[in-house]
Ligand binder design. Sequence first.
Ligand SMILES: Cc1cc2nc3c(=O)[nH]c(=O)nc-3n(C[C@H](O)[C@H](O)[C@H](O)COP(=O)(O)OP(=O)(O)OC[C@H]3O[C@@H](n4cnc5c(N)ncnc54)[C@H](O)[C@@H]3O)c2cc1C
Length: 430
Amino acid sequence: MEKFDVIVVGGGPAGLSAAISAAKAGVRTCVIERGDYPGTKNIMGGVLYTKSTEAVVPEFWREAPLERPVIEQRYGILSGDEIVSMAYRDPSWDQPPYNAHTVLRVKFDRWLAQQAEKAGALIITETVVEDLLYDGDEVIGVHTGRSEGDLGAKVVILAEGVNNFIAQKAGLAKPLKAENVAVAVKEIISLPTEKIEDRFCLEPGQGATIELFGDSTQGMVGTAFIYTNKDSLSIGVGALIKPLISAKWTPNDLLDALKAKPYVKRLLQGGEIKEYLAHMIPEGGYNAIPKLYRQGVMVVGDTAMFVNGLHREGSNLAMTSGKIAGEVAAQAIKIGDVSERSLNHYDDRVRDSFIIKDLHKYRKTGEFLESNPHLFKVYPEIASKAMKKFFTADETPKKEVQKQIMKMAFEKRSKRELLGDIFSAWRAFK
Ligand SMILES: Cc1cc2nc3c(=O)[nH]c(=O)nc-3n(C[C@H](O)[C@H](O)[C@H](O)COP(=O)(O)OP(=O)(O)OC[C@H]3O[C@@H](n4cnc5c(N)ncnc54)[C@H](O)[C@@H]3O)c2cc1C
């Protein structure tokens, strides 16, 4: 049986970051990826954040296959054919140090895998890890679907993404619950570069993102997105599985309805669908984080439920947790102690980072949003109607306009309900 120091299961951002940091620290590292190459199976919106990426590959922007630096982030609330929106734009975000870039994972993950190889890691593709190998209670490697495919390792890092089968078998993660998982679909729509820049008011090369709430998910907990690539747009929508099942909507129906909205239709006009993709997103947050380690094993990225859906962050949590796990694995191997006590450093460092701090801050939001489904339906309607009244110049005195807005809002939500919502929201987001 061939033996490595570290085996990483999964070649997504979490696994590849783990491999880069372990290999850079000088330990024999191998990544096992089931796809033809890293990236073939992977999907995200996809906004890639600079800070976490740079910590793994310094100055990655010089050679990574990036689409556009994001200089504008727009939020919109859809209600019927109407939209209430706000945006923040900083043109300096098209220069180093960038804040974020749009990427296509099929290109980016492949490039990140090359960085892992440059650091000294071996990437084995088209191979599925089926289980861990044990000697008694001790993890000593992985069992793959290939004949004679068992590989030895002192530490295994599980970066298998949202489908946490191996982590479950290892007694770390639990089976996913419908209320903890969103399902999302995405299309890549090709469009000439100059059309993208005109429609989004961008200088050549700059990028923008739009997040859409409310009717984009037919009032279910979830969001839609439109991101600019070099010569395509990424458009997608995702919602929690539980309300989707209750409402008998499929994510594809949501995407069709979204694309028919006048605001969206105009942005996509003349585009041609190049790719259609679907994937799950772990949205369980802090309360669904599994045990992160045991003797010889650590879980990272989506497998560890490290997604901050509210801020559209997942890749950065994946990369940072992967990097920490790689470093802890290398250190444990060097001191010859891969026991649970030694790998506990991974848990300590993740808890000390923005990952657990942010997920802990929003630990109550999932339950709050789920138990208040009206938030994604009633408030978009109120916001839209209020804005319409505010902007309509029909000679109604402004004091009267204000009264009408208040009356309309209280018809939809009583004063008591409104105060209740504000208080619950404050408790959930504080
Ligand atoms: C529609 C959508 C939009 C998103 N948008 C954004 C965004 O804009 N910005 C952002 O930061 N995050 C976004 N996310 C979240 C982000 O994509 C994830 O958090 C991130 O990809 C997690 O990385 P990972 O390496 O943990 O898992 P993954 O990227 O899922 O990688 C897991 C890898 O493991 C491999 N694998 C799985 N099981 C096995 C096995 N048994 N053997 C071998 N290989 C295996 C898979 O093939 C895959 O390559 C989005 C997610 C979705 C679905």
